[in-house]
Ligand binder design. Sequence first.
Ligand code: EPZ
Length: 419
Amino acid sequence: MDKIVIEGGRPLRGKIKVSGSKNAALPILAATLLTKGKSEIRNLPGLADVHTMGKLLKDLGLKIQLWGSKMKVHANGYQRHIAAYELVKTMRASVLVLGPLVARLGKAKVSLPGGCAIGARPIQLHLKGLEAMGAKIKVEHGYVEAEAKRLHGATIHFDTVTVTGTENLMMAATLAEGTTVLENAAREPEITDLANFLNAMGAKVRGAGTSTITIEGVEQLQGGTYSVMPDRIEAGTFLIAACLPGSQVLLQGIPYEYVEALSLKLQDCGAKVEVKKDGIQLSAPKKLKPVDISTAPYPGFATDLQAQFMALMTVAEGTSVIRENIFENRFMHVGELIRMGAEIQLEGNSAVIRGVKALSGAPIMATDLRASASLVIAGLAAQGITEINRVYHIDRGYEKIEKKFRKLGARVKRVKVRY
Ligand code: EPZ
């Protein structure tokens, strides 16, 4: 297992190109199951989760070629419909093969993803939607089995906004008989990216990006070629880090609308945000002001940026309150930040952060993907050396994070830990 070692206190200056979006790439790769044809997916980020999804497709019988940021998928007549626990347990997003498998093969057996560090992560809304479309669902021995001769259209209302739930049912509906309407659907840009790929394959998806999505089922889909959108969470992570004293960073290849909610909050903190022709430039404030946030589904403040924003607030000049409304246990980073000298109090789903003059570097432990990013920002802000263990968490969602920060002048290195 590697660790990341950071010598904090240096300003970040320079340009960073944003990688392809993990949370758009994963459903788009799963969508290649919907066709017999050949697909080519480009601008893929070099992440553990993308490799895992490739392994899962291969395990199902598809021909995969991955080189650099491109993956060629040939779904020629695969028959296997089982997504095994060994692969699913390493990546919850494997649940995204459920909808496509039922739609294409009429059956699917997918290991239940189980919980993770940030919460129980149930998938009952996915299953309820598939049942409404005529699938027979059985949950036993840690697997969900779904069967349907052919799915039929339905109107499905989500009690809770769910990103992968919306994606699973949107994909399933593309091959269903008749029309499906998804109400209270997630509006994340990754949903729109998936819909664009599905339509490039010949699907008829309308309304993606709004809370009502209409899908008219078709007989079959052909393979498509598609370039994945940029990663707004990686971009947001760098924008937050660029608020550290003396920093100025230009993020290339990210449209402002994808990081608008965050940018408005960072401007409230005193940062200067400028939309340039090739990206977004953030200049750090002289005085970092405390700002309250409350996470919400898109276009609200992204839960995936909450931990990173909290790291920044630990050194703001005053007290801020962060409310986490999406997941029940997404404060795993708090204990580690406190070990670095942060003053944080938890009250239910709220955290009260009293800014301190400076954090002090310490050996700390990553617990989940975005908590790890929060600890990197804390390490960059801290005085002294910070060692972050279990960085495999961070490799799931950030491509070469230490190289990108080093390019901005940070003193960050990855060290192999031999046990
Ligand atoms: C997606 O997870 C993202 N993952 C998450 O990013 C992100 O944090 C989350 O959306 C919220 O934006 C991918 O896109 C691969 P949800 P997802 O279903 O779809 C509850 C990262 O760091 N819920 O929108 O699993 C659920 O428990 C990851 O990149 C049900 O109760 O999240 C949660 O409280 C972490 N029943 C809320 O809804 C269901 O059937 C939102 O979850 C489904 C969800």
